[in-house]
Design a protein around this ligand. Sequence first.
Ligand code: ABU
Length: 381
Amino acid sequence: MTAQNETRNTIVNSWNEWDPLKHVIVGRADGTMVQAPEPAIERDWPDHGFPLGTYGPLPKEMETRANQQLDNFAKLLEDRGIRVDRPTPLDFSQEVRTPDWEQNSMFGCMPPRDVLLTVGNEIIEATMSQRARWYEYLCYRPLLEQYFKEDPNFRWEAAPKPRLADNNYKKDYWREWDKKSEAEKERAIYELDWVLTEKEPCFDAADIGRAGKDLFVYRSSVTNEAGVEWLRRHLPNHRIHPVWFYEDNPIHIDATFVVLRPGLALANRKRKPLTPNMLEFFKKNDWEVVECAKPFLDDYPPLSFCSPWLSMNTLMLDPKTICVDAQEKEQMEQFDKLGLEVIPVPFIDVSAFGGGLHCATADVYREGNCEDYFPHQIEGF
Ligand code: ABU
């Protein structure tokens, strides 16, 4: 802990993606699994030892490399005076169950951003929507307990745990998806026809982009309409904007549309917004929306469910300073031209463990307050 943080009573405070970062959680790769099949997802990676229906730990040498990059990133942040906490991994190879289901494996705890949503002095444990990830919050409980003891104003919340029974998922979704023609897939994209039903609210925390009073929530394959509605009712002092994009079975906003700092957002050059009035909303509030640069990779890395668009999965240390995956030369050049100080961070070996630099972190404390960056609202957005 730095001297600066030792004298700070407020442990939890973060309203947006850019105010000066003082305290963050960085994930760990230990024991991450190619998760067992379940109604929410299927993995099919025959070229890398995991054909459809199989599951197991990611190879040890991959885990070692990923942990080296995560530790290096944690040290880089600490060297800049940022307090870094780490989760406590579980045995993710264990079978888990509830009264409604049994699941042959868990997943991991590399991406805290997926599970923890920080809004001001509150950290919300997201519902999650995959059975393998239902117990992932336990990895963060030692930290949350500690913050609760240290900070009298910390509001510790858990969104209602969904039962994730069979009726939470469309029957045979993946088999039906594989049979769809291109036109049918396109229709599914426009209709947001993803695997979740609306039985219970479901959301991943990484589907939320935070900009003070305004929160942008991706209606993705892991966040349903009821999840958006739960957030709306739970955060009545915020404006919740559901957004969606041209992408099949999308997951998480932070490789699709990123609010970088007041007045500047980064948009995926392929996944075009489909939400009515979204771009007008940014324009009306004098925000520039720039298309991201070309990513380094053409395709998904081996054993990764994360796309090449992790190129735009970045971490702002303050409104002028951005951490970017060191392989993303074109993206770094673009940020440089936009006037940002770029910190290259080697991170490609982390992708298979669940994401990039934004995924691998969860905000605990940033300076600043809840501001209104979008004073001009648009009816229907
Ligand atoms: N968890 C972020 C992954 C997003 C993507 O692959 O596009």
